[in-house]
Design a binder for this molecule. Structure first.
Ligand SMILES: Nc1ncnc2c1ncn2[C@@H]1O[C@H](COP(=O)(O)OP(=O)(O)O)[C@@H](O)[C@H]1O
Ligand SMILES: [Mg+2]
Length: 393
């Protein structure tokens, strides 16, 4: 593909425009990275106040699936990416017939379905949790006992721990499948986790692969709460294993774009892949301030066919997710969190996504603390957490 150079003019005489399917916070940060390089940006999202739509040059306020919205996005954009994996593959394929699109529809389709994703792990020689696909009552009945206790997950559309149930035995499994309306699911063995890690790789059309440093993640209630980089509890050999596994998964897919792979380190030292996201990831937000190339700048470069360079972490960082709970006092009344207290801390970088309504569990923003050394970043992040009323980590 011929690179889409920043600041070059498109067919319509306007500066080259990068388009994104979806108007959430990932789209917003992609738009901001693209704009920093001089691109115009276009966002397709039906919500008139979507976080990315608010900051893009062009906001196509239309349904993701409808012909008119896709046509308008295409008309505006020189190349198109996505910020969420549940874009129907057919919509990406339609766009790809007329414009460069990355990641490709086939890659997104693999990441959309946990059963297909796990098959990809196995095919690529990357271990994952023992699992069974449950799409029929017969498959439910045939589940091997060693998968219990386990976690039942809908194959599609799950996120932030939604569409999941922990099941101790067969009776609980049957009840949980019923609650999930007998949707296609995978049952995974519940594994004894020592750590959660993630790796973000970016792969260009020429096959060149670069990666961000390995992230160590803490989840609360199934939602990412804290990311630390460098990963405090993962040694260099383990980190290298994770990076190699992520790169081989991207390669085996012929992936072009930014891909995040989540891993579990088990208590016996085994590393298993959990899931993939065909886009930048919440665990990579720290890279905006802590790396010389962020995950969003990598997404821009992949999409525009620009050179990829290996990012360098220049500052140890801790990222705290800011969920809607922070905006609610114990009585459930809205309040403004103590931003002055937080911004008085050295190395604090506040990102709010301009989502109007705070709701418990809703991702409203994140806070990255950078410092000259990891111990200081952690100490300051603990002070930030205490200031906001978040638990220590
Ligand atoms: N097989 C498992 N064993 C133990 N913990 C798990 C397992 N699967 C998921 N979890 C926990 O639940 C979290 C969310 O699960 P995940 O599959 O990543 O779903 P989501 O798409 O909601 O992020 C994981 O980060 C991990 O903490
Ligand atoms: Mg996950």
């Amino acid at each position: 593909m011929k690179p889409i150079l920043p600041g070059s003019l498109g067919d319509d005489g306007r500066p080259a425009t990068l388009g994104v399917m979806g108007g959430g916070q990932l789209g917003r940060m992609f738009v901001q990275a693209a704009q920093a390089m001089g691109y115009y940006t276009a966002v397709l999202d039906p919500d008139p106040t979507s976080p990315a739509g608010l900051v893009a040059h062009y906001h196509v306020q239309a349904d993701y699936l409808g012909e008119p919205g896709l046509a308008q996005l295409m008309q505006r954009s020189s190349a198109i990416t996505t910020e969420f994996e549940n874009v129907p593959a057919a919509a990406l394929a339609t766009l790809a017939a007329h414009r460069p699109v990355s990641p490709g529809a086939a890659c997104v389709a693999v990441c959309q379905d946990r059963a297909v994703e796990k098959a990809h792990f196995e095919r690529s020689g990357v271990p994952c949790a023992p699992y069974a696909v449950i799409e029929t009552a017969a498959q439910l009945a045939a589940v091997p006992s060693q998968l219990l206790p386990g976690i039942l997950k809908t194959s599609r559309l799950g996120y932030d721990g939604k569409g999941q149930a922990r099941v101790a035995d067969r009776a609980a499994l049957a009840a949980a499948w019923d609650t999930l309306r007998c949707a296609p699911c995978v049952l995974e063995q519940q594994l004894p986790l020592a750590l959660e890690l993630s790796v973000i790789v970016a792969r260009g059309a020429d096959g060149q692969c670069v990666h961000l440093p390995v992230q160590q993640n803490l989840h609360r209630d199934g939602i990412l709460a804290v990311t630390q980089v460098p990963a405090p509890d993962a040694d260099a050999a383990l980190q290298q294993r994770a990076v190699q596994a992520a790169e081989s998964l991207a390669e085996a897919l012929g992936y072009v774009g930014v891909l995040c792979v989540e891993f579990f380190l088990l208590q016996d030292g085994r590393l298993v892949a959990n899931e993939m996201a065909p886009r930048p990831h919440n665990s990579g937000h720290y890279s905006i301030e802590a790396c010389d190339v962020s995950q969003f700048a990598l997404q821009v470069r992949c999409l525009a066919g620009l050179p990829l360079v290996q990012p360098r972490l220049h500052s140890p960082a801790v990222m705290l997710n800011l969920l809607g709970d922070l905006w609610l006092d114990p009585a459930g009344r809205e309040r403004v969190p103590d931003w002055s207290g937080v911004l008085a801390l050295p190395g604090a970088h506040l990102h709010l996504y301009a989502k109007g309504q705070a709701r418990p569990g809703r991702k409203m923003g994140h806070l990255t603390i950078t410092a000259a050394d990891a111990a200081t970043a952690r100490a300051v992040a603990l002070r930030a957490a205490a200031t906001l009323g978040l638990p220590a980590f």
